[in-house]
Design a protein around this ligand. Structure first.
Ligand code: IVH
Length: 710
């Protein structure tokens, strides 16, 4: 990062430059820095400065531009989110029509073979001629956008429309952080970049989750969500919809030498700061290890792991010269084709609707479906989320519905196909009702005012909640009890062997081995796994307790802030609110949880069966960047609140090493009560002696109250 030599640290740039050329220079420098860091952050996902530093530079630029509006430029990062609410979008005539490509609908290898054969025929090649080189890339499932850069600055962004005339969506597209407002290192007179605006699946899921929580309409799939955001008339709303972009081609170009191949073109666009998908290759012909068929197969296998939806792959003749020779048929290039994959959405029928009871007692309606193959798996169930969501989608038993399954995401009913002839306005008469009693334990079902979810009030009395609580505690991200899966938990709970978490630890080999299909060896493994799980970390333990609204991240924040479970159990809502990212709902939920005597009892019993935890996960990676990397520590005596294990784990988490004896090379001796000869030795050798508080300060750990350790 360049020095702020002109203005020092003042966010508003208090000492305004005297000379206007100096000011112009400073503005340009700030814009360039911000653009550079936005690219690292949004496109490369590799920020180099903290967010706060970015904000500081941003505010500096904003203040200078406010003082000198005449020096504001269209490519300034401050100009991303400043649009007005529109009545409609202006029409934009494309300088070059936006074409579509022919689609090979057969999802087998033959689609690639047919395309290659056609291209060879059109070019008059014989079998003995060498393979054609293709650029193979993904077919993103979003919407096509034309970005028009004039002299390197984003001037207009338009939708495809009918291919001739699209809509001007510039102010919404500007809010996409990945799209550069100014091209890096190039200022061609005109460069139109074409590509796909899309929404990542995780962004889509969390957007829908937010919509659902607010009782707002959810989106059917990422493509619809992206299309809705791009055509949103209020740019403030568009800015909150998390969109992404991949460049894949060109429109009008003036004053720029277009590279000779498509793959080189994509490389060049990438260098200009445009996001280009890394999943692409240059293929030789259709068959063989580097051919189109191999790419189609490889991407098909990776499809679920990609962070976004694709509906196929695209093959393009790589050489521009050959592309020109091939030309177009009607409105489609002869040199490109889309080769599809099986759909991630299918139609099927709802056979019945069941209720599932979750860990927190939430009742989830689940559609039992006529078996359907979608997104690579056979689906027989799909979540309907809650009663309101179900009503909004107008789902009824017997209806034909659209089921979506993409990535590893749980299959979902996204909508109903209206019965032929019946208008959408037909009154919706639901034929499913939420039960008044929990289908598992018969406790009362309630829905709190303002909540969309129905809940069973049975708590841990409810077998369904108990099972989920055990599974949650035992999962890998929590306390991790290897081998404690659904089938075993069903048997343990249904057979009344385990009612509470601590009872898990009282199971012996004999009881376990007596279960259905449980060999002695497996029983021993479970007991060993339970033993192993007793050494855990505070965040994992906290997360494993299954407190509502306390996810992994919150558990880590709580552990870091309080250091000790007793302090969390006794914290007031106000004290909890002081924790990073803990708001009133979370604080209340934690307080409510620990106000229940049986929850405190569970913690006590877990302690008494021998569970211990350290504050942090031992950190192994990036040792050298840690505060105590390479430092050696010796522990002696009894520390006021840390056990030896805890202190050791904390030191190691900070990159330090704990050794047994003091030498000249020892960096610190941590001394507690009744420290013995090691302390004397440290004094003799002049090694720094510190106490627990100083150790914590050194490791940047929060102090804890002085009563006993966990
Ligand atoms: S090339 C002249 N490449 O698929 C060629 N299109 O009909 C123009 N699409 O709506 C298109 N991924 O938005 C191309 N890697 C890709 C693509 C892609 C998705 C979309 C495009 C258009 C349709 C093609």
């Amino acid at each position: 990062m360049d020095q702020d030599h002109l203005f020092g640290d003042s966010p508003a740039g208090a000492q305004a430059p005297t000379d206007s050329s100096e000011l112009v220079q400073r503005l340009a420098q700030l814009r360039e820095q911000l653009q550079h860091h936005a690219h690292l952050y949004y496109t490369l996902d590799a920020p180099q400065i903290p967010d706060a530093e970015y904000d500081r530079l941003f505010k500096q630029l904003q203040a200078l531009e406010e003082a000198h509006p005449e020096l504001r430029t269209a490519d300034s990062p401050t100009q991303r989110v400043l649009g007005k609410v529109l009545d409609g979008f202006a029409a934009v005539r494309h300088a070059m029509p936006m074409l579509s490509i022919r689609t090979e609908t057969d999802t087998e290898a033959s689609g690639a073979l047919a395309f290659d054969a056609r291209v060879r025929r059109e070019l008059g090649l014989s079998e003995t001629d060498p393979a054609i080189e293709y650029a193979a890339e993904l077919k993103f499932d979003g919407l096509a956008i034309n970005l028009r850069y004039e002299h390197g600055v984003l001037a207009c962004a338009a939708t495809r429309g009918d291919g001739e005339v699209g809509e001007d969506v510039t102010q919404n597209i500007r809010t996409i952080g990945q799209i550069p407002l100014r091209l890096h290192g190039a200022e061609p007179v005109v460069l139109e970049v074409r590509g796909e605006v899309y929404m990542r699946r995780d962004d889509f899921e969390s957007l829908n989750e937010r919509q659902r929580e607010r009782g707002d309409k959810t989106f059917v799939n990422p493509r619809n969500a992206a299309a809705g955001a791009v055509r949103q008339l209020d740019p403030a709303i568009a800015a909150q919809r998390p969109l992404s972009f991949f460049a894949y081609g060109l429109g009008e170009v003036r004053g720029w030498d277009v590279p000779a191949t498509h793959s080189a073109l994509l490389d060049a666009l990438q260098r200009m700061g445009l996001p280009v998908c890394a999943e692409r290759t240059v293929a030789q012909g259709a068959e063989g290890p580097t051919g189109l068929v191999a790419f189609h197969r490889a991407m098909g296998a990776r499809r679920d792991q990609l962070p976004f939806d694709i509906d196929g792959v695209v093959y393009k003749v790589n050489s521009r010269e050959l592309q020109q020779r091939l030309g177009f048929v009607t409105r489609e290039p002869r040199w490109a084709v889309a080769h599809k994959y099986p759909a991630q959405e299918q139609l099927t029928q709802v056979e019945s609707i069941d209720i599932q009871v979750g860990r927190t007692g939430k009742l989830t309606p689940v559609a039992r479906l006529k078996r359907v193959f979608v997104g690579g798996v056979t689906v027989t169930n799909a979540t309907l989320h809650n009663l309101f969501e179900m009503r909004r989608k107008r789902v009824r038993v017997g209806d034909t519905v659209i089921v979506r399954r993409a990535g590893d995401v749980i299959p979902e009913v996204v909508g109903v196909v209206p019965v032929e002839g019946s208008a959408a306005r037909t009154p919706y008469v639901p034929n499913f009702h939420m039960p008044r009693q929990c289908p598992v334990c018969a406790s009362a079902v309630v829905r709190e005012p303002g909540e969309v979810n129905h809940r069973c009030t049975g708590g841990l009395f409810c077998a369904a909640q108990r099972k989920q609580a055990l599974l949650h505690f035992a999962q890998r991200r929590a306390v991790e009890v290897e081998g404690l899966g659904e089938k075993l938990v069903d048997q343990l709970v249904d057979g009344a062997l385990v009612r509470t978490l601590p009872e898990l630890y009282k199971l012996g080999v004999a009881k376990l081995a007596a279960l259905d299909r449980m060999a002695d060896k497996s029983a021993q493994n479970i007991v060993a796994a339970l033993e192993k799980s007793k050494h855990t970390t505070l965040p994992r333990f906290l997360y494993g307790l299954g407190i509502r609204h306390v996810g992994e991240a919150t558990a880590k924040d709580l552990a870091r802030h309080f250091g000790q479970i007793d302090r969390i159990m006794d914290a007031t809502e106000e004290q909890l609110l002081a924790v990073n990212d803990v708001g009133p709902i979370v604080a209340k939920s934690i307080r409510t949880f620990f106000d229940q005597p049986h929850n405190r009892e569970v913690v006590e019993q877990l302690r008494s069966v021998g569970i211990t935890w350290v504050e942090h996960e031992p950190v192994q990676v990036a040792q050298s960047s840690l505060p105590q990397a390479g430092k050696t520590f010796v522990l002696t005596g009894t520390l006021p609140s840390l056990s030896r294990e805890e202190a050791k784990a904390m030191i190691e988490a900070a990159g330090g090493k704990v050794v047994g004896s003091v030498s000249k090379k020892t960096h610190y001796v941590v001394a507690g009560d009744e420290a013995g000869s090691k302390l004397d030795k440290a004094r003799e050798l002049g090694v720094s002696v510190i106490d627990e508080d100083e150790l914590r300060a050194l490791l940047h750990a929060e102090p804890r109250s002085d009563h006993g350790g966990a």
